[in-house]
Design a protein around this ligand. Structure first.
Ligand code: APR
Length: 233
């Protein structure tokens, strides 16, 4: 029998045990900040320094956090299986630091910054690149301001063709740590189900789209996910 195709979608909940704040829990980022003020193209146009500083603080935080057992369990699976795709809504680099090198970041990444003119991104994580002042690109003849390499509300998520292709062909679709509020990510489980996949969830609380899952495991990702993945291996 050929190996099962597994696709995993992770959200902020998988990084919670690493100390990265989620968005919609009681202590989440959106309790303290309005989405409209920091996570839209309109906010960037209206007050770029405010938006820049919000993301510089999140970029600095990457230096203080470490992958947890859930990230490591996924990395082990990625290294041992031929048919495995990891999609994340997270902009941190904890999947990479755990050892999953080809993670699909559908909402962008914190380590990279994007040139506003060419659209090219570059890793800018040196100590002096994590301060509050704007940075300029190294791709244009006259360097222009860099923006966070993040997909904001109202913008199109990245790599959607690749994501749909993987989800439409999978046998098992697992979601870890996502509240099911944000589309198109929240709809991927329905696409997987329509394609005949078994759908599984690991989440602290029941998310909005809980009914779309065949198996629901409520609890912490760092505790539950390693055993679930062993069962699938
Ligand atoms: N283990 C598993 N799940 C957890 C844990 C944990 N240790 N801690 C929290 N959770 C769950 C919460 O119960 C919640 O349902 O993770 C979920 C996090 O939900 P959100 O904060 O809404 O994060 P996410 O679904 O990834 O958000 C999607 O929203 O603001 C945007 O672009 C941002 O990518 C993000 C998108």
């Amino acid at each position: 029998m050929s190996e099962k195709r597994i696709v995993v979608l992770t959200g902020a909940g998988i990084s919670a045990e690493s100390g990265v704040r989620t968005f919609r829990d009681g202590d989440g980022l959106w309790e303290e900040h309005r989405i409209e003020d920091v996570a839209t193209p309109q906010a960037w146009r209206a007050d770029p320094m405010f938006v820049w500083r919000f993301y510089q603080a999140r970029r600095r935080q990457l230096l203080d956090v470490k992958p947890n057992p859930a990230h490591f369990a996924l990395a082990e699976m990625a290294q041992n299986r031929e048919h495995f795709t990891l999609i994340t809504q997270n902009v941190d680099d904890l999947h990479e630091r755990a050892g999953t090198s080809n993670t699909i970041h559908m909402h962008g990444r914190l380590e990279t910054l994007r040139c506003e003119r060419s659209g090219r991104n570059e890793v800018r994580m040196d100590e002096n690149e994590l301060l509050d002042e704007f940075l300029t690109c190294s791709c244009c003849s006259e360097p222009v301001r860099l923006r966070p390499d993040i997909v904001w509300f109202g913008e199109t998520p990245m790599f959607m063709n690749e994501i749909y292709a993987a989800v439409e062909q999978c046998d098992v679709f697992v979601v870890v740590g996502s509240s099911g509020h944000v589309y198109p990510a929240a709809n991927l489980v329905n696409i997987a189900k329509a394609a005949g996949a078994t759908t599984m969830l690991v989440n602290l609380e029941a998310p909005l789209n809980v009914d779309a899952f065949d198996e629901v495991h409520l609890g912490k990702a760092g505790v539950l996910l390693p055993d679930l993945l062993k069962r699938l291996a």
